[in-house]
Ligand binder design. Sequence first.
Ligand code: FPP
Length: 255
Amino acid sequence: MNLSGLDKSRLPRHVAIIMDGNGRWARLRGKSRIEGHRRGRASVRAVVELSRRLGIPYLSLYAFSTENWLRPKDEVHALMNLLERYLEVEQPKMMRHGIRLLAIGDKERLPPPVLRTLEHAMRATRKNMGMTVVLALSYSGRDDIVQMVQSIARKVRDGVCAVEDIDEEMISAQMETGSIPDPDLLIRTSGEMRISNFYLWQIPYTELYITPTLWPDFREKEYLQALSAYQRRHRRFGRTDEQLNPAPPTVKGSR
Ligand code: FPP
């Protein structure tokens, strides 16, 4: 599959990815889990670059969940180092290609040097308009919902809005993803059939694409396959085919 196999006018506006399988990739090759994450970082580069080339405006990457803090200390440490280094090395490239970096999640839990590098990268890229990369770091879909409920409850308590004013739009705006559209496509690598506390509120009609490919092997070719599968999907958003494609009116006088 090459780029020309895709319909450029029907690309997803927002792709979200659960990057899974670094550990299995490493185990299969007798390498350390950390080596798996290192290879996974090259896949991150590949999907960011291709998304930018295709003109996909938003890409969300689930890089570290709140549950991932429970992993062995040396693995967490290595992941944080990889992340910090990635942010340093990629920042000039993000500037060249007009990529804005956003991070969502409980950033305060990140080690101070990582947080500083992250904040620096977000500040430096904040005016870039070509594409937004959302890194979910120490993120939990349920935590996101909890903080949204707390924030709306405070508004009601302070008289900023009434209970009756609460609607889907307000809820979406109060989520950490408030400024970005819901994902059109959610990709999960390594074959597991679950959401793992990633986006929960944001995916009511998101198309799911689950591939057995392990994240370090998910590169341009596999990403193009996922996008091509997305373009073959028929999105109805709960409506019927007839509503979306009404039959052409019968010509007067014909039977
Ligand atoms: C899941 O594989 C992957 C992660 C927990 C971390 C993702 C991190 C990267 C891709 C590398 C660095 C990221 C950036 C943004 C530079 P796993 O370890 O759960 O694999 P397993 O299920 O096979 O054990």
